[in-house]
Design a protein around this ligand. Structure first.
Ligand code: GLP
Length: 245
């Protein structure tokens, strides 16, 4: 079941998404959150930090699992997702850092890292609320379009287009890691609730195909149609190819 929430722009989207996460934290202060990186959730995190600073949110019992991380990147590298999460959220709220989890990109033993991470997420029975962004090709986490939905946390060879899209953050394209660890589609689908933030015209095709198209691993986001509790908060530009309701 997908509930689509229409918003004006990135700021409006970010406020509404933050309100949904805030409601989750208020209703269950010990929630396990699934967290995402990328530019889409940055505004959502900013709003959560503001709510925390205003005294409206308490993260002290919250724990978290992130979707993905580059393989072979050091945690102190400012392009690691570990660094991103501290910078954008964890350093600014009263979350217990020991309760935050990001796949360890410093562990080069892919099988060991993926098995351990998957076991940890499965052991808690799936996260309570999973936040997701969406790639231009409808990828979620680092689950790129492919012939079969990846089930569990796995090591991904990044596509040329993803390396190209992410090179702006690195000194050169050669510095972009070639692989990443990512929760699988099966791991993501274990979440009790899923919240997706989608902004901008370059995501319009991916959003339309994910919500209204056939469910296929060639459009990874389309699997969300089979989840019982998905909320997509999208702005007008991202919704431009979706039928008006
Ligand atoms: C990356 C991340 C995804 C993210 C996507 C979109 O590849 N692994 O988790 O959703 O890009 O990024 P952005 O929000 O910057 O458009």
């Amino acid at each position: 079941m997908i509930k689509l929430i229409r918003t004006r722009d990135y700021d409006d989207m970010s406020r509404k998404a933050a309100n949904i996460i805030a409601a989750q934290i208020v209703l269950n202060p010990a929630s396990v959150l699934g967290l995402a990186t990328g530019s889409s959730p940055v505004g959502t995190y900013k709003n959560l930090v503001a709510m925390y600073e205003a005294g409206d949110l308490d993260f002290s019992q919250i724990s978290s699992y992130n979707l993905d991380e580059y393989r072979g990147i050091s945690r102190s590298n400012d392009q690691s997702y570990y660094y991103f999460m501290n910078e954008n959220l964890f350093d600014h709220v009263n979350i217990n850092k020991d309760a935050t989890h990001v796949p360890n990109g410093e562990n080069l033993d892919a099988e060991n890292e993926c098995t351990t991470y998957e076991a940890a997420v499965r052991a808690i029975g799936g996260v309570d609320l999973q936040l997701l962004g969406m790639g231009r090709n409808a990828h979620i986490g680092f689950n790129e379009p492919c012939d079969e939905f990846p089930k569990a946390t796995h090591c991904v060879d990044l596509t040329e287009s993803t390396i190209e899209a992410n090179k702006r953050f690195f000194a050169s394209a050669d510095d972009v890691p070639r692989q990443a660890y990512s929760m699988g589609i099966g791991t993501i689908m274990c979440a009790k609730k899923i919240l997706v933030v989608v902004s901008g015209e370059d995501k319009a095709e991916a959003l339309k195909n994910s919500v209204y198209g056939p469910v296929t691993p060639q459009v990874p986001g389309s699997i969300l149609q089979f989840h019982p509790d998905v909320t997509i908060v999208a702005d007008e530009a991202a919704l431009s190819l979706c039928p008006a309701e």
